[in-house]
Design a protein around this ligand. Structure first.
Ligand code: ADP
Ligand code: MG
Length: 747
């Protein structure tokens, strides 16, 4: 496969997109390239995300053909370059504003004060001609990009915001120049110059873009924060030598020393020393975590007091931090359903406005009062200037950008905008018990043996069989066996049955280790252990039965305590108005006991792994919008069935495909945070969309002169310019309010 053909999503920086209407044009161009599976443009970030096997050069060509330009954002250097370009662009906008404002402000003041000479006097004409030439110079310096942009669009048979501004200010200037040069060509009443309007509009629109660019920079601070977590070097240990190497050169397996107060460079496992580590910037977990030999550490986390050496397990793009960054970028580029209508409207907006402007001009020319020429010009100009759908196009992506970034701060990784919107609409949350409500690190509490068998015998058999299983319960039993120093018997014909247990034979004797259903399926009666079972289960312990040759001979009891913060987090979920359901394959009485401790009232217990998705579907059939929270491995079908699947990453593999969200922090608080944040983000998008729609639906008729017949009021074109500049700034600033979001914590 050639180097530049890749199927992983690519990021392109898009330049020349002046307005929301451009989004659809660039997307259409990219989607038209053979081999492109998906293309989505983020107007707030001025980037495109493309997946499929088209060559990058072809993609760039397609974008250029549509009248824009693109470059690939291949690595962080390219990203940094783009940030620098954005900064330079901002400074250019400021210079444009100052230049245009310097001419516009005195002109406007003099005009209002009546100091300017009349056009008809000979000296006045010269004054106006010179002003016209100065205006032209400013329009080229400060507004040249509108004209070149409009021209590029015109050549590609397109139109965008540049077209509107170029047409509007161009018409104002040409008309004024005509009046200055040949006053006799227009009726006396219409002999008026609009130079100051043209420069003022250009000043205001540059100012609006500058403010927006600044505010957008703040909105994308989340990625910058995550990028800033990566240390540049790591101290590797080779024999008794230590030296600092650039982080890019690190290999899996390297031994790395981390000293107090240093950032951990990559992911790995501690081989010597111990410390406490602050992972809050990655997971949102506020408390520092104690780490010792054998514990895993995550790149980007801050080492507090101790010093340790760890072995690198994941480096480069495989580290959790790199995956978090990739996931945040991808989600920031996606659109929730709520934003789709706005995109569709924005796509047809510019042509529609051009038509409205022409109709306005015609109406004033044919039915308007004298001076018709002036009215025609002013109204059409005002329509062109006020009607830019920028605010509309920014409304959704800018809030998504802030919302997704904020979520990452709380250790919530969101797959796409749809999941972000959906999670706030949930009515029921289904919680998997093991590892979700409970710690998922069960420990053996008791061993019970029927008369004629010893505890060690029962335990040895259980441990021998569980040696072949990956189940958390199996790990608990093996750990306990190791502690007791038991020798494990050799097992033949081993078999693990999901949701049931394990079986095999030891010294020719058939053994079963598992739950009640598993034994009953073999026709093994567990009634003799009934009393012990009830007693264990009532306190939330899981009885694991051991049977030999068709006879139940003992129980290994295992307790998996609920996580310390589960109770409060579940309380928060109920305060958010959700029904909370516990779903587990565990013993019904055990599950009831755990549910009671955790404050959950609905329980589905003894559910086979294959039936978990069915429980979700049944809840959905009752009209519930269901979120499923699980560890993402054996719960994949249920996570996929749910309206939103939330995978508890637990800090391991965060690239979980079946889930809409991944909770990096191993706590149910993440679920409540995600729901609260989703609601805040969607409310923010609604405010933005509402504001943008109102702005355009009121602005255009007002600009066209709808109020004139009744009240004689007309909108000043410079006011239209100011409104237009303010509208996108308002939207971006409103989205930035989300940066202060704090989920409510109950006492
Ligand atoms: P959960 O729904 O809690 O994730 P599973 O579906 O994995 O649980 O398992 C359900 C039940 O099946 C367990 O509570 C246990 O009783 C039994 N079980 C499954 N695997 C094993 C095993 N390897 N050893 C003993 N019991 C097992
Ligand atoms: Mg499970």
């Amino acid at each position: 496969m050639p180097d530049d053909i890749k199927s992983s999503p690519r990021r392109l920086a898009i330049t020349g997109m002046s307005c929301a209407g451009c989004v659809a044009m660039v997307e259409t161009a990219l989607r038209g390239v053979p081999g492109v599976a998906q293309a989505s443009v983020n107007f707030a970030e001025r980037t495109a995300q493309v997946s499929g096997d088209a060559a990058t050069a072809t993609l760039i060509q397609a974008v250029q053909q549509a009248g824009y330009d693109a470059s690939e954002l291949r690595d962080d250097d390219a990203e940094a370059e783009r940030d620098a370009a954005e900064q330079a662009h901002y400074q250019r906008l400021v210079r444009n504003t100052i230049a245009a404002g310097t001419l516009a402000a005195p002109l406007m003041i003099a005009e209002m004060a009546g100091w300017l000479p009349a056009l008809t006097s000979p000296a006045g004409r010269w004054f106006w001609i010179i002003t016209g030439l100065l205006t032209l110079a400013v329009m080229i310096y400060s507004g040249g990009h509108f004209f070149t942009g409009a021209w590029r669009q015109f050549r590609h048979h397109n139109a965008n915001m540049d077209t509107l501004i170029a047409l509007g200010t161009g018409a104002a200037w040409s008309y004024s120049m005509l009046v200055a040069l040949f006053p006799a060509s227009v009726p006396t009443l219409a002999q008026h110059a609009y130079f100051e309007a043209a420069v003022m509009i250009i000043a205001l629109i540059n100012l609006g873009s500058a403010l927006e660019s600044r505010a957008r920079g703040k909105a994308s601070a989340a990625i910058a924060r995550l990028l800033g977590l990566r240390p540049k070097t790591a101290r590797i240990v080779e024999g008794d030598q230590e030296r600092d190497v650039p982080i890019e050169t690190l290999q899996v397996g390297a031994l790395i020393r981390v000293r107090p107060g240093e950032k951990i460079p990559v992911d790995g496992e501690i081989v010597s020393g111990h410390s406490t580590v602050d992972e809050s910037m990655l997971t949102g977990e506020p408390l520092p975590v104690a780490k010792q030999v054998g514990d895993s550490v995550t790149g980007g986390a801050m080492n507090k007091t101790g010093s340790f050496v760890f072995r690198a397990h994941r480096v480069g793009a495989d580290t959790m931090l790199a995956q978090i960054i990739a996931s945040v970028r991808q989600a920031q580029n996606s659109k929730p359903p709520i934003g789709r209508l706005a995109d569709q409207v924005a796509a047809v907006f510019v042509p529609a406005v051009l038509i409205v402007a022409v109709l306005t001009a015609l109406a004033w020319f044919n039915f308007g009062p004298e001076p018709r020429m002036s009215y025609m010009l002013v109204t059409a100009l005002t329509v062109l200037i006020i009607a830019c759908p920028c605010a509309l196009g920014l409304a959704t992506p800018i809030s998504i950008m802030v919302g997704v970034g904020k979520a990452a701060e709380y250790g919530i990784l969101i797959r796409d905008g749809e999941a972000l919107q959906r999670v706030g609409q949930l009515t029921t949350v289904v919680l998997d018990k093991t590892g979700t409500v409970t710690t998922g690190r069960p420990t053996v509490t008791t061993v019970i043996a029927r008369p004629g068998f010893s505890e060690d015998e029962i335990f040895g058999w259980a441990a021998g069989l569980e040696a072949g299983s990956e189940h958390p319960l199996a790990h608990a039993i093996l750990d306990a066996a190791r502690e007791r120093g038991l020798a494990l018997p050799a097992v033949e014909q081993f078999e693990a049955i999901a949701g049931h247990g394990v079986r095999g034979s030891v010294s020719g004797r058939a053994l079963w280790v598992g739950n009640r259903r598993f034994l009953e399926r073999q026709g093994i009666d567990v009634a003799l252990l009934q009393v012990e079972t009830e007693r264990l289960a009532a306190t939330g312990q899981t009885p694991i039965f051991v049977a030999v040759e068709g006879q139940a001979v003992g129980i290994v009891a295992v307790a998996d305590p609920i996580k310390p913060d589960s109770v409060v987090a579940i309380h928060r979920l109920r305060e958010l108005g959700l029904k909370v359901v516990l779903l587990t394959g565990d013993h019904a009485v055990t599950a009831q006991a755990i549910a009671a401790q955790a404050g959950i009232d609905q329980v589905h217990a003894e559910v086979l792994p294959t039936d978990k998705a069915g429980v979700i579907a049944a809840l959905q059939a009752q009209g519930e919008v269901v979120g499923m929270v699980g560890d993402g491995i054996n719960d994949a079908p249920a996570l996929a069935q749910a309206d939103v699947g939330l995978a508890m990453g637990g800090g391991t593999d965060i690239a979980i495909e079946s889930a809409g969200m991944t909770l990096v922090r191993d706590s149910l608080h993440g679920v409540a945070d995600a729901i609260a944040l989703s609601r805040a983000t969607v409310a923010n998008i609604r405010q933005n969309l509402f504001g943008a729609f109102i702005y355009n639906t009121l602005g255009i008729p007002l600009a066209a002169g709808a109020l004139y017949p009744m009240t004689g009021l007309l909108l000043n074109p410079m006011l239209a310019g100011a409104a237009m500049a303010l509208s996108s700034f308002t939207v971006v600033s409103n989205a930035n309010r989300l940066r202060g979001f704090r989920p409510a914590q109950p006492r």
